[in-house]
Design a protein around this ligand. Sequence first.
Ligand SMILES: [Zn+2]
Length: 300
Amino acid sequence: MVMKWRIGDFAVELVIRDWFKLDAGFLFRGAGKRYWPSFFKGTDIAVDENNMVRIPVNAYLITAPDGRTVLVDTGLGDVRTRWSESTLHEFEPENEFNLLPERGIVPDYVIPTHLHWDHAGGLARVLGGRILPVFQKTEHIFHKNEYEHARAAHPYNRSSYRRETIEGIKAVMKNRKIRVHFAHSKKWKLSEVGGPAGIELIRTRGHTPGHMSVLVGKPRSKTKGFITGALLPTRCHCHPAIGVGNDTHGLLGSDLRLKYLLKAANEKWIVFPEHDVSPAGRISIDGKGAFRFDLVPDEN
Ligand SMILES: [Zn+2]
């Protein structure tokens, strides 16, 4: 399975795909149940008898013109401990593919858009009963605000950070061989720490305090790629009233989403949503002023 898109001299490839179940009322906060049939019309979203939807988690690998690679998000990972056994079953997590070990790819950088378990869970694994970093030779990039919030374990959303994921991040921090960088501003370039030019991390606060989306492409590039993270989980979230149940800054998140959807439509970006079955799409604005998401097929 190869799903790859060209963004100027860059490539973006879907390299990890996991699946899990979430409550539809949680994933589409703001869409009342009686509106669901019209809301999901024309999408491949199906709600089961328990109001759960099965959704993918997409992780993307950017290959820069100089050949260096950047992994954005890591999927669920496979850390199971006594903490998670009792709660994990309701999500029915499942890995569809992970091309990294298959192809022996060790990314030069890894950037979790945020540290929730479905995005940062794959940073760690269990070996000999210990939680250890998966990427021992990869530079890790966290947003300072996100790291601090995740470590603070606020009761509002600490269940989204899952204890195993936090232990995995602690293991990364403890490992002296792993270089860790903290993005600390609203816009931060990977080149600031010696990474390839043309990869910008934009703090798109809303889902979490230090959430980041990743913009790919040189400044003059005709098109850009935008890996949204939870700024746009699915195409249904193009609607400004729809958020996710655990968003920390709902209004701010909606404002930033509108801002970047507008930019994406005007500048013809290819948008990579984290939880949509279609891993890439273009944004346009229809006659009624609503955003549309149209699939961009991969180039294989
Ligand atoms: Zn999340």
